[in-house]
Design a protein around this ligand. Sequence first.
Ligand code: 13P
Length: 342
Amino acid sequence: MSTKEIETNAIKMVAAGKGILAADESDGTIKKRFDSINVPSTEENRRSYREMLFTTKGVEDFISGVILFDETLRQSAQDGTPFPTLLAGLGILPGIKVDKGAKPLAGAPGETVTEGLDGLRDRLKEYYGLGARFTKWRGVINIGEGLPTSYAIEANAHALARFAALSQEASLVPIVEPEVLMDGGHSIETCHEASEATFKCVFDELSKQRVLLEGMILKPNMVLSGKDCPSRAGVEEVAEQTLRCLRSAVPEGVPGIAFLSGGQTDEEATAHLNALNATGPHPWELSFSYGRALQAPALKAWVGEASNVPLAQKVLYHRAKCNGSARSGSYSTAMEKEGVAV
Ligand code: 13P
């Protein structure tokens, strides 16, 4: 393990004005996204969609790293340049999702644990050789009647820490992603309680398993009302509750926190990040690692047509720029007028 390498790359991942593009949709998830625009999920369509994202001119001004899926890490642009080489050439760190998805947790109805630890050490070695410099693992926590249980939180925290320790051993920066889902009609207070319990348990496990805090990034959910909550909390309250939760659970040694968007609309996710940064300074960089909130409008603009690539790239560039501004609290909804309507 190179401590210096992982510490340096962790800092690069949360560089000022930039964040991470999560483009690591598994085969099942990308199929769902393509179904929404009536595009068949073939290997070539997946490749050309990702090429559209990665070759967006100037995107490197706002994107520090891209999370890839196994298939994408091995694919190339049309001119034959492997994607990891293309990204590295732009000064963007290539990363890789290494978990194998959330599976039902035995004895815990309605809860899951993430799989993928078996053989991980060997896979990490290969990924480093293919150019990856960071990794991601997502643990999923459900809110519901009597949920989450401490059993599910502990099982997921344990797996996240095992993944993180193995990644650092292989000189890869782990993105530790505990996601408390926003599905349900729960209040923001309920989300706060579940998130705080989860993040505390995760850092307890990370400490037990000797994970170097300076060489990792936390990718949490924001503290939000449930999607179906009748009176959803506003932007200021989300920022306030999220900060309160993070302050009580996240040690200062962690260089950065890069939020997932988790089903927020693209503009909501930007406004929330902006409000979080408007109240700084904070002990950690507060950044983004968005999938849907960065890609959704670009996907809609693209709809699988090569002739739409320039428009889709404009749309992606605009979202990346808005989130880049939100990194310093300097985003305003007026910026949205500069965007292209899709
Ligand atoms: P979303 O921003 O769409 O939640 O995706 C982020 C991610 O990487 C989920 O694992």
